[in-house]
Design a protein. Structure first.
Length: 371
C-alpha cells in the first residue's frame, strides 16, 4: 500500500533531483532537497484536512486529485503563481515576468516579497474561515471539550464566523497593515491592499465552500431517495465532487502561500523553487490519499481537530507576517506539534476504549459463570 500510493512521489523526487544536478550541480541538489522538506513540514496539516474531504469522494475523483490536482499544485501554485504576482505588481506581461524571474532574480524576489501583504491577507482570511466554521460546529467527538463545547453553543448564532473574520481583518488592516514589511526591511502602509485582499479571500471561501457544501447536501438527499427506491444521484455526485475538488484546490493554494514566500529564504531561483516545492507537493498529495485509504482519520479521531487548530494558527501567523517576519521553522513546528498532540490524544483515547472493552468483557464472563 505504501509503495503503491507513493510511487509517483518517489519517481518525481528522482526526476526532480536529477534535473537539479543537471541544472546547477550538487548545490542545486541540496537546495531542492531542503525545499521539499520545507514544503512537506509546512503542509502536513494540509494533508490531514484534505483527507477529511477526500474520503467523501469517489475513487475517480481521488485519481483526479492526484493527477490534475498535482499539475495545478506544482505548475499552478509553485511555478505560475509567483510569476503572476510579479506580472501584476510590476505591471508586466507574463513573458516579461518569466524573463525577469530567470534573469534578474533579486528584483524578482523583491517584487514577490513586496506583494506578501496581499497574499497573506487573502490566504489568512480563507484559512481563518475554515478554522472558525470548524470550531463553531457542534460535533459528536470533541478533542478539547472544555473549549469546543462552549464554542459549539456560540456557533448557533448565524454568521458568527463571518463577523469574527471581518473583525480580525479590520484590526489587521489598521495595525499590522499600516507598517507592512517590504523587501530590504522597509515598511509601507498597505491597509487598503490588505482590506481588499482579505475580503477577496472571504468571498472566495464563501463561494467555493458554499457551492461544494450545497451540492454535498443535495447528494446526501439524493442518496437517501435512492435508498428508498427513487432515482439515482449520479449527476449530482459529479457536481458535488467537482465543487469539492475546487474547494480542495483553493485550500491547497492557501496553504502554499507561506511555502512559496518562505522558499525565498533559501533561494530566489524560480527553477529550483519549482522543483523543490513541486516534490513536496507530490508527497502531500500522496500522504492525503494514504490517510484516506488506510482509514487513519477514522482510527485517530482527533487528527482532524489538530489539523484545523493548525490551520487557525497558520491564519494568525499569516496576518502577523504582514508586518513582522516569522521564521518558517516556527510556522512548520506549530502545525507539527498540534497534529502530534492530537495524534497522541487519539492513541490514548483508543487505548482507554480498548481497556474499557476488555473490562466489560471480563465482567460479562464473570457474570456468565455465576450459577
Amino acid at each position: 500500500m505504501l509503495l503503491k500510493t507513493f510511487r509517483w512521489s518517489f519517481a518525481v523526487t528522482a526526476l526532480g533531483l536529477a534535473l537539479g544536478v543537471w541544472y546547477g550541480g550538487w548545490t542545486a541538489f541540496g537546495v531542492i532537497a531542503i525545499l521539499a522538506v520545507l514544503e512537506i513540514s509546512l503542509s502536513f496539516d494540509n494533508a490531514v484536512v484534505n483527507a477529511g474531504i477526500l474520503k467523501k469522494m469517489s475513487a475517480f475523483w481521488q485519481k483526479i486529485f492526484l493527477t490534475v490536482g498535482v499539475l495545478i499544485a506544482v505548475f499552478g501554485m509553485r511555478l505560475a503563481f509567483p510569476v503572476v504576482i510579479v506580472a501584476v505588481t510590476a505591471k508586466k506581461n507574463p513573458i516579461d515576468a518569466v524573463n525577469l524571474a530567470l534573469t534578474d532574480k533579486d528584483r524578482y524576489e523583491q517584487l514577490v516579497t513586496d506583494a506578501h501583504p496581499a497574499i497573506a491577507a487573502f490566504g489568512g482570511m480563507f484559512l481563518l474561515m475554515i478554522f472558525l466554521d470548524f470550531i463553531f460546529e457542534d460535533r459528536d467527538i470533541k478533542w478539547l471539550g472544555w473549549l469546543e463545547r462552549p464554542l459549539a453553543r456560540l456557533g448557533k448564532v448565524d454568521m458568527l464566523s463571518v463577523c469574527l473574520a471581518l473583525i480580525v481583518l479590520l484590526i489587521t488592516s489598521f495595525t499590522f497593515a499600516t507598517h507592512a514589511h517590504q523587501h530590504g526591511g522597509a515598511h509601507a502602509d498597505k491597509a487598503q491592499t490588505v482590506l481588499v485582499s482579505g475580503i477577496a479571500g472571504l468571498i472566495t471561501y464563501m463561494v467555493v465552500g458554499g457551492l461544494s457544501g450545497f451540492f454535498e447536501d443535495r447528494l446526501e438527499a439524493e442518496e437517501e431517495r435512492e435508498r428508498e427506491g427513487e432515482r439515482p444521484a449520479v449527476v449530482l455526485a459529479g457536481q458535488a465532487a467537482f465543487f469539492m475538488f475546487l474547494y480542495l484546490e483553493v485550500l491547497d493554494a492557501s496553504f502554499s502561500f507561506d511555502g512559496v514566500i518562505g522558499a525565498f529564504a533559501i533561494t530566489n531561483d524560480i527553477v529550483l523553487m519549482a522543483l523543490g516545492l513541486g516534490i513536496g507537493a507530490m508527497y502531500v498529495r500522496s500522504l492525503t490519499v494514504y490517510l484516506v485509504r488506510q482509514g487513519t482519520l477514522d482510527d485517530y479521531v482527533y487528527l482532524e481537530h489538530g489539523a484545523h487548530y493548525a490551520i487557525g494558527a497558520l491564519a494568525v501567523i499569516l496576518m502577523v507576517t504582514i508586518q513582522y517576519q516569522i521564521n518558517e521553522v516556527i510556522t512548520g513546528l506549530v502545525g507539527v506539534l498540534l497534529i502530534g498532540w492530537s495524534f497522541w490524544s487519539s492513541v490514548r483515547r483508543n487505548r482507554a476504549l480498548g481497556e474499557a472493552g476488555e473490562t466489560a468483557e471480563a465482567e460479562d464472563a464473570d457474570a456468565a459463570r455465576v450459577p
